[in-house]
Design a protein around this ligand. Structure first.
Ligand SMILES: Nc1ncnc2c1ncn2[C@@H]1O[C@H](COP(=O)(O)OP(=O)(O)OP(=O)(O)O)[C@@H](O)[C@H]1O
Ligand SMILES: [Mg+2]
Length: 615
């Protein structure tokens, strides 16, 4: 349970961190900035869309004015029927034009919005290609998918709908207000009498709303994390009969969201009720004031009618405006997430790629920290000779995988340098560097594609026969043929349908196909079953011929005859040398070796442990 909990909270940290309370202000600023920048790029189209939206609302007002004119006719000395028919036709024509304007506004706004969405998606994918791989390592892949699909998608709503809505929601009440003041200023004031109450109610509802929303986002993130943790750990939890206990954690997280939401609703219930009543019922003021003015103030009946139909609806667009602002807040946060990706510092690219002298790898006084606080590597210096096998050993968390990631430039070092063939990896050019390196890492990444294409990732131009030969060499051919569609079997999300050992063998096949001069192997045999382990070792022995190999393995037996062994402990190089030398002088190495011997002894009965040991 504790193990799952700590694992869960560690891997879930980034998700929770994507909504840090301090950075939320900048998220909103960034989001608005992005929306304005995008809107500027297509401003003629968006301005046209807004203009048509305003026209549409202007036409919407025409029937009211027609009713007013008809009322004037009806109450005049000599009503003219043909004038009234003309007004009726005018009203009808205005309604038709209103719908035409809405259609034009929508079409133009959507076309502009989709052009912008395409640009944003292209920019995001281009940006992602230039980001350090570590950037993706650190983030939940769901987070990036959310930015690329959902957040970009919701921008469409703001650009295509809300901009026209906001423009017309502000301009139309203004224009109508001016028109009403021109007709009768006393009645216009009466129409707006409840507006201050509405504004006050709104301010009341929004008092310390910021803090409320932050609390809400934090609780929601915690609940999401709780759900994810529960789903990820469900197998282990079940195995330890702990579902009830963990459900309790999940339940309290979910109830936390409920409590915060209820509290927020309670707080804003009365202000909102007041807001809607104030803006929705100005008839309560318009009617008595209108009747009084009609009886004693010289207000004509037609004017009274006009205010009853138009004045009563004057504040309605403000309600709509408030809904628009409410619904955009999420989108603005999403735009902030997009901007955060666009703003992430890209991996610095070399000016002109340099050719390395050979394929040796050298660490010179390397310091590195993942988060800028806790250092993962300090003063790490060692040399992996070209064409030789260098093994990295050490207890869990010592920094071995970090070393491998730095060679492949998932991250750049904080101080010191990593060299390939005497050239700093930062000067090699990312593409060239990637061309020199093949790797099989602890985490195997598989594409949503066929097995064949997943192996072909190692070498884009490889023929089917070459792919199959690589799979044979990696001892993967047999299990691939047993899959439903053989080499054409589609792999699920992160290769969910394959076992850990099978995924690793695909990664080895990929590396075999790539045939790069530098090979990074991190726990390459960790998941393999005993029968396959030997076959994989043989495949690797074939693969590593003449290459610079940096191998990380917990099974010391498989690295005992490496040319050079580097012992890591707590992020530093504690010692280095050959197996014999290290056994003689390194306490850590002796301990690791003794633990290994015990493990071998423990598995002796399976006979394969003995074989591996003998190697
Ligand atoms: N993506 C990451 N973000 C932050 N810290 C990390 C990350 N990956 C590793 N660390 C930390 O860096 C340190 C070194 O980790 P590393 O993965 O290099 O260890 P390792 O020697 O490969 O361990 P193992 O043998 O268990 O694979 C550890 O303290 C670990 O918690
Ligand atoms: Mg590791």
């Amino acid at each position: 349970m504790t193990q799952i909990a700590s694992q869960g909270s560690q891997s879930l940290k980034p998700a929770a961190e994507s909504l840090p309370s301090a950075a939320e202000g900048t998220m909103v600023g960034n989001g608005l900035g992005l929306i304005f920048r995008l809107a500027r790029r297509q401003w003629p189209a968006l301005a046209a869309a807004a203009a048509f939206a305003v026209l549409a609302v202007a036409f919407e007002l025409v029937p009211y004015l027609a009713v007013y004119r008809i009322a004037v006719e009806v109450f005049s000395e000599a009503p003219r029927p043909e004038a009234m028919v003309r007004l009726a036709w005018l009203a009808f024509g205005a309604v038709v034009l209103q719908f035409v304007c809405i259609a034009v506004s929508n079409t133009v706004a959507h076309a502009a919005a989709f052009r912008l969405l395409r640009q944003v998606r292209t920019e995001l994918t281009e940006k992602m290609a230039r980001l350090p791989l570590g950037f993706f390592d650190r983030r939940e892949s769901g987070d990036l998918k959310k930015a690329l699909v959902e957040d970009v998608g919701s921008l469409e709503g703001v650009l295509a709908h809300n901009i026209p809505d906001i423009v017309s929601g502000i301009l139309v009440p203004l224009a109508a207000g001016v028109a009403l003041f021109w007709v009768d200023w006393r009645m216009a004031l009466a129409s707006l009498a409840l507006l201050p109450v509405g504004i006050a109610a709104q301010m009341w509802a929004f008092r310390d709303m910021d803090a409320q929303y932050r609390l809400w986002h934090r609780t929601e993130a915690a609940a999401n994390a709780g759900v994810l943790e529960y789903l990820r750990g469900i197998a282990v939890l079940k195995a330890f009969n702990r579902t009830a206990g963990s459900l309790e954690r999940l339940r309290s997280a979910v109830y936390g969201v409920r409590d915060v939401a209820t509290a927020m609703t309670r707080r804003s219930m009365y202000p909102y009720a007041l807001f809607f009543i104030a803006l929705g019922s100005n008839l309560l003021v318009v009617l008595p004031v209108g009747i009084a003015l009609h009886l004693h103030g010289g207000l004509g009946l037609p004017q009274l009618c006009l205010f009853l139909v138009l004045g009563a609806g004057l504040t309605a667009p403000l309600i709509k405006l408030m809904f628009v602002f409410g619904s955009t807040s999420r989108t603005i946060m999403g735009a902030g997430r997009i901007q955060a990706i666009l703003d992430a510092p890209p991996l610095p690219e070399a000016d002109g790629p340099v050719q390395p002298a050979d394929y040796g790898v050298r660490f010179v006084d390397v310091h590195f920290s993942y988060d800028g606080a806790k250092s993962a590597l300090q003063q790490v210096s060692f040399t992996a000779q070209p064409g030789r096998v260098t093994a990295l050993v050490g207890p869990s968390g010592a920094g071995k995988s970090t070393v491998a990631r730095l060679i492949a430039r998932f991250w750049d070092v904080d101080a010191g340098r990593v060299e390939v063939g005497g050239v700093d990896v930062r000067a090699l050019g990312l593409e060239a560097l990637m061309g020199h390196i093949g790797f099989v890492f602890q985490e195997v990444f598989l594409l949503h594609d066929s097995v064949r294409e997943n192996i072909r990732l190692g070498c884009a131009g490889a023929s089917d026969a070459e792919v199959e030969a690589a799979a044979q060499a990696a001892n993967a051919h047999t299990f691939i043929q047993a899959l439903p569609d053989g080499y054409d079997t589609q792999l699920g999300d992160r290769g969910a349908r394959l076992s850990g050992g099978e995924k690793q063998r695909l990664a080895i096949a990929r590396a075999i196909l790539k045939n790069a001069p530098i090979l990074l192997l991190d726990e390459a045999t960790a998941f393999a079953d005993p029968e396959n382990e030997l076959a994989i070792q043989q495949a690797l022995a074939e693969l590593i011929q003449g290459k610079t190999v940096i191998v990380i393995a917990h099974r010391l037996a498989s690295v005992a005859d490496a040319d050079h062994i580097v012992v890591f402990n707590g992020g530093t190089v504690e010692d280095q040398g050959t197996h014999g030398e290290l056994l003689g002088r390194s306490g850590t190495y002796r301990r690791l070796w003794a633990a290994q011997q015990q493990a071998v002894g423990w598995t002796m009965t399976t006979a394969t442990g003995e074989e591996a040991h003998a190697g």
